[in-house]
Design a protein around this ligand. Structure first.
Ligand code: AQP
Length: 343
């Protein structure tokens, strides 16, 4: 499909979907159920031209150990292939391999106001969390995200609730730029993917499950062994009511029901009926087993990919070459409009 984006006439063009994920730790069950599984669905439905990126430039807004960062990038790339991203059907590349991201981000910095960036709630949250390192990158992160999206003239961007504000800013930047220079950027629409589950921490179910959570029991990784997955679910925080049903003040159980539902396709009502008269022990085992089976093929494919460095390199090179051609077109047009003189 890749060449289709470059060669087809506008009228025949499929909509372009862009999405990215940060290699800021081992990919979690939350990333999988909330994002990656939908990436694969969109790829397989064939309705869109899908462009997916591993957003490594974004990760350095928080300090990274070089060796750990390299390992995370490699593992995340292999994990995403293992989830089912097929480089014959989707463009899948590593952000730092395409220079245009950093270049367009600089340009967009100059078309974004200090006040707009100051209002971003993620900036406020992350500055509170990393008070010793409130760097300029953390502040201008939304401009890099806007560059990621606008470079590919993306029509659609699947977003979780926490990224809505950033997408709105990308739209504002695009509209402002187009207003001044004519039609340069496609103004992207956000959409909430169907079946996009939000997975919460197993230890503090009022917070979302995150790769960078320091509590290893809070988060199920795609690469956890079945034994580890079972152990984490058995330790998951619940409540004292001992009734498997959705309810207020039952965040832990609500989360487990959400996960079980996302994996098995059963509704919350069906799940409540299934566990009528049974305790949380049985329920947690059932959720753990369902997740183990869901992730088993992913982990098996991951073991193959991670051993095959040559294949990984070939895939990301192909992805970067293709992404680069698309990105350069937008970058060149943007620079010309602003008034730069070409080489
Ligand atoms: N818990 C979650 N439930 C559902 N979806 C989730 N996503 C992340 N966590 C959950 C979705 O995964 C995609 C990629 O996210 P990201 O890596 O760009 O950043 P993030 O949302 O900040 O992910 P993490 O795991 O929480 O990373 P850290 O710990 O580094 O901040 C997005 O589509 C996101 O919605």
């Amino acid at each position: 499909m890749s060449n289709e984006i470059l060669t087809t006439q506008p009228a025949e063009k499929k909509k372009i979907v862009f999405s990215a994920i940060q290699p800021s730790g081992t990919i979690t069950l939350g990333n999988y159920l909330g994002a990656l599984r939908n990436w694969v669905t969109m790829q397989e439905e064939g309705q869109y031209n899908c462009i997916y990126a591993l957003a490594d430039l974004h990760t350095i807004t928080v300090r990274q150990e070089p060796a750990v960062m390299r390992k995370n990038i490699l593992e995340a790339y292999a994990s995403i292939l293992a989830c089912g991203i097929d480089t014959e059907k989707s463009v899948f590349f590593i952000q730092s391999h395409v220079n245009a991201h950093a270049q367009l981000a600089w340009l967009l910095n100059c078309y974004t106001q200090f006040g707009e960036l100051s209002r971003m709630t993620q900036f406020k949250d992350k500055s509170a969390k990393h008070a010793d390192n409130i760097n300029a990158g953390l502040f201008t992160y939304p401009c890099l995200m806007a560059a990621d999206i606008l470079l590919y003239q993306a029509d659609l961007v699947p977003v979780g609730a926490d990224q809505k504000q950033h997408l709105e800013l990308s739209r504002d930047i695009a509209e402002r730029f187009n207003g001044r220079y004519g039609n340069v950027f496609t103004v992207p629409e956000g959409f909430i993917p169907k079946n996009g589950a939000r997975v919460m921490s197993l230890q503090d179910p009022t917070r979302k499950m995150s790769k960078s959570d320091e509590n290893v029991n809070a988060c199920v990784s795609l690469l956890d062994t079945p034994e580890v997955i079972m152990k984490k679910f058995k330790r998951a925080v619940t409540d004292s009511e001992a009734k498997v049903c959705v309810g207020e003040g039952k965040e832990g159980v609500n989360n487990l029901i959400g996960i079980y539902s996302a994996v098995t396709g059963k509704t919350a009502e069906e799940i409540t009926n299934e566990f009528e008269g049974k305790g949380y022990g049985d329920f947690k085992v059932a959720v753990g087993e369902a997740v183990v089976e869901e992730l088993r093929p992913v982990r098996e494919r991951y073991e193959q990919y991670i051993k095959d460095k040559a294949y990984l390199e070939e895939s990301w090179r192909k992805g970067a070459e293709f992404a680069d051609r698309l990105a350069q077109r937008t970058l060149a047009k943007t620079m010309k409009k602003i008034g730069f003189v070409g080489r």
